[in-house]
Each structure stands twice: as C-alpha cells, then as structure tokens.
Design a protein around this ligand. Structure first.
Ligand SMILES: [Zn+2]
Length: 194
C-alpha cells in the first residue's frame, strides 16, 4: 500500500515517536518562554523594547518592501554585530503582522542562525537604506530546518497565548487586594504604556 502521508497510515510506533517529538518541541518552547517576561499590558512593540534592553542589542522593526514580499517571504530576522532587524510583510492584517514578528522573535530567542547573519560587511550598506537586491538574496538564503520552523511557529503561538492570558494574581489576601486597588501587579513595576 503506498504511503499517503495520512496519520492513519502510521504505525503505532510512528505515532508514538511523533507524539514524543511534539512533546520535546513543546518542552523546548516552554523553556525559552520561561526565560523571558512578557510585558503587561502586552504589545509586540513593548516586547521588542524589552528584548532590546535585556539583550543589550537594539531590535528594529521594518516593513518589507513590497518588491521583496512578493517573493513569497513574509518575515526575516537579520542580525548584525550590534543590532537585530526584523522585517515583516506590509500588506497584511495587523494580527498577521504581529504573528510574523513573533515568529521572527522566536527564531531570535532560539538563536536559530540564518545565513544572513554571516554576511557581516555587506550588511553595512543594507541599513537604514534598504538594498532590495541584498534583502532578496538574504531571504533566499534564509533556510531554517523544518524543526527550527516548527519551534518558531510554536513559540510564537505560545507567546500569543500567554500574552492573552489575564495576568495571574501575584499575591492573594490583604496584600493582593491592596495591590489591585493601587493598580500595581505585585512586582513593583508600573505597567508600561502601549
Ligand atoms: Zn521562520
């Protein structure tokens, strides 16, 4: 019988291995997620600011020029020696743009190296004035493995799920009530705007 790729065709052992891989993937993503603290209230821009500060590397967001986006790519993370740059598709919905950026942030958090990161000198001429030819070349060479793509996709979704979850009460009882009344979240931090 030819293999059709449907999960029903898999043997119990294959299904078991697939579930194991899935669990491993989930564990790796959870570990990375545990290592960061999501800004509250959450926004992708606030997360970028926080990551910039924590990593000591400015993280810049750029819209992909339409000419490049038509090549099929919708996002790109580019690391220079000092800065990180994330490019995202211009002509799509805001939620999709956010997802693209989170996906690229996930590549960054996992430290998935793309070929572009090695281009060193050539990148000097790329920013802030985009050399379209170079961006297109970098996109073509950005070849992550399937596992890396699955990691990025799952971590992006986990960040979104976590961000949408109401913040867990930091303290209960009198202190918690007091904090709630004062509008602080128990960490002593004043929520950042936007
Ligand atoms: Zn990707």
């Amino acid at each position: 019988m030819p293999y059709t790729g449907k999960s029903t065709d898999r043997t119990p052992l294959e299904r078991h291995r697939e579930r194991e891989r899935e669990r491993e993937l989930c564990r790796r993503c959870r570990t990375v997620l545990d290592g960061i603290r999501l800004p509250r209230p959450f926004s992708v821009a606030a997360l970028c600011r926080q990551l910039s500060e924590r990593r000591g590397r400015p993280l810049h967001l750029h819209m992909l020029p339409a000419e490049v986006a038509t090549a099929g790519a919708c996002g790109l993370w580019l690391a220079t020696e000092t800065d990180d740059h994330i490019f995202f598709e211009r002509r799509t919905t805001r939620p999709h743009q956010d997802h693209i950026i989170l996906h690229e942030i996930a590549h960054l958090l996992f430290d998935h190296h793309s070929a572009g990161a090695r281009d060193g000198g050539a990148l000097g001429g790329l920013l802030p004035d985009l050399d379209l030819r170079l961006v297109r070349r970098l996109l073509a060479r950005t070849s992550y493995t399937t596992d890396q793509e699955r990691e990025a996709e799952m971590l992006a979704s986990l960040i979104r799920t976590e961000a949408d979850r109401p913040a867990a009460p930091a303290a209960s009882g009198v202190l918690g009530g007091l904090e709630a009344a004062l509008g602080v979240d128990g960490t002593g931090e004043i929520p950042a705007a936007g």
